[in-house]
Design a binder for this molecule. Structure first.
Ligand code: AMP
Length: 418
């Protein structure tokens, strides 16, 4: 049975918490963005305030074995600063028994990077490039077998399990899903997970209408799942960014050198037909800013997305497009935004993306709309542009959020609920 972190009695208990401490580090191993550590603090403080002890587990990067560069010891200083207490460190997550035994209420133990072991992900390592299918199968079976012991050992450290790592909730890894079965009556979400699930559910289930989704980014192929699933939820869908040109070409437009996925023409046509069938209004960037090269110092002009001359490419939504979108967005009560509507990494072509951020802030403040921003690049955009605290919710789980929006069941969520 799933428990609630708000009502669970942590007194005298050891809680093992799957956090997402996968933070970026510079060459000197200093943390360059501590957002993920800060996000976990309320959950950790709740356990400590309730009289529990904490065992923290996370991955960092993509090590293929024990790698100094990916040691979680580099981030201890920041956890200590943010928690306001010294923490202990177990340099091998499979050999933490003695540390755990001595752990007292109010104390915190951090386990070394889970991914130093292949068993965390349950994927074989070190296979030769020319390994046969049979060898691959055998290696997979072997790691799956040893994974059982890995999960059991982690579970043996604690009395209860908290999953607060939304960013890895779409992976069925040892620490994100498999471990939960050892705590049938003592498993729960942390506040990060709860917040993310609540925010996305607010869009997917029972949202206030009109509901509008803004889907941008480079490729149709990576967004097809979310576009189709959202058709059951939204009234309007704004499609911007590089993927627009695949739609335009599929309908016979001239797109010059613009980004295009030639193998997605049928997909694009199907999406347009499906929108009609479901009564969803589709808005593309009709007028676009085009450039004569993919560079900040390119020459630019504005043109219709069907008439892009040879040698030019679409880089951003133009003013008339943004005006049209603004009208739709200001009348919306629920808005989901995923993906930039232009090449926002270059200042010259960040205008459209910035305007979307501004409009979302405005409709949130002035009309009380619920605005959810998610997916790596749109989150980076709202954060860089200073709008992160002016929208209703910024989701930190890129891939996990996308899969949740596609209607998939995430293993990390299912394992707690089941
Ligand atoms: P995604 O990861 O699919 O959300 O795509 C994000 C990327 O799409 C960013 O790096 C943007 O620069 C890129 N992008 C957005 N609009 C365009 C465009 N018109 N042409 C090329 N790339 C674009």
């Amino acid at each position: 049975m799933q428990q609630s972190i708000d009502t669970y009695d942590f007194k005298g208990k050891k809680a093992i918490v799957r956090v997402d401490f996968n933070v970026p580090l510079n060459e000197q191993f200093q943390i360059t963005d501590d957002t993920r550590i800060r996000a976990a603090i309320p959950t950790l403080k709740k356990v400590l305030a309730g009289g529990g002890a904490l065992i923290l587990m996370s991955h960092l990067g993509r090590p293929k074995g024990v790698t100094e560069k990916y040691s979680l010891k580099h981030i201890i200083y920041r956890i200590e600063e943010l928690l306001g207490t010294k923490i202990k460190f177990a340099p091998d997550c499979m050999k933490a028994q003695d540390y755990v035994k001595d752990l007292k209420p109010g104390e915190v133990l951090l386990l070394e990077n889970l991914r130093f072991y292949a068993e965390e992900e349950g994927k074989p390592r070190g296979l030769a490039d020319d390994a046969t299918e049979e060898e691959k199968k055998a290696a997979k079976a072997k790691v799956k077998e040893s994974q059982k012991e890995f999960v059991k050992t982690l579970a043996s450290y604690a009395d209860c399990y908290i999953n607060d790592a939304f960013g890895t909730a779409h992976r069925a890894h040892a620490s994100t899903a498999l471990i939960a079965k050892y705590f049938p009556n003592d498993k729960m979400f942390g506040y990060v997970m709860e917040g993310e699930i609540k925010a996305i559910d607010k869009v997917l289930h029972g949202a206030a209408h009109p509901v509008t989704a803004i889907i941008g980014g480079a490729k149709v192929s990576s967004k097809i799942g979310i576009i189709e699933h959202l058709f059951d939820v939204v009234d309007n869908m704004i499609i911007g960014g590089g993927m627009v040109f695949t739609f335009v070409k599929a309908q016979g437009g001239k797109i010059g050198n613009s980004l295009c996925e030639d193998d997605q023409m049928d997909t694009a046509r199907n999406i347009i037909a499906k929108a009609k069938e479901k009564g969803v209004n589709l808005y593309f960037s009709k007028e676009v800013v085009i450039a004569d090269k993919f560079a900040e110092d390119a020459n630019t002009k504005v043109c219709h997305n069907y008439e892009i001359p040879d040698g030019w490419e679409g880089m951003d939504a133009a003013e008339s497009t943004l005006k049209e979108w603004e009208g739709v967005l200001m009348d919306s009560k629920t808005i989901l935004w995923n993906g930039p509507v232009g090449v926002f990494e270059m200042e010259k072509f960040a205008v459209g993306t910035k305007r979307i951020a501004e409009i979302l802030a405005k409709v949130t403040a002035e009309k009380g709309a619920f605005t959810l921003v998610g997916g790596g690049d749109s989150v980076a955009a709202v954060t860089q542009m200073g709008y992160a605290d002016k929208v209703s919710y910024v989701s930190t789980g890129g891939g996990a959020m996308l899969e949740y929006l596609e209607g998939k069941e995430l293993p990390g969520i299912a394992a707690i609920r089941e």
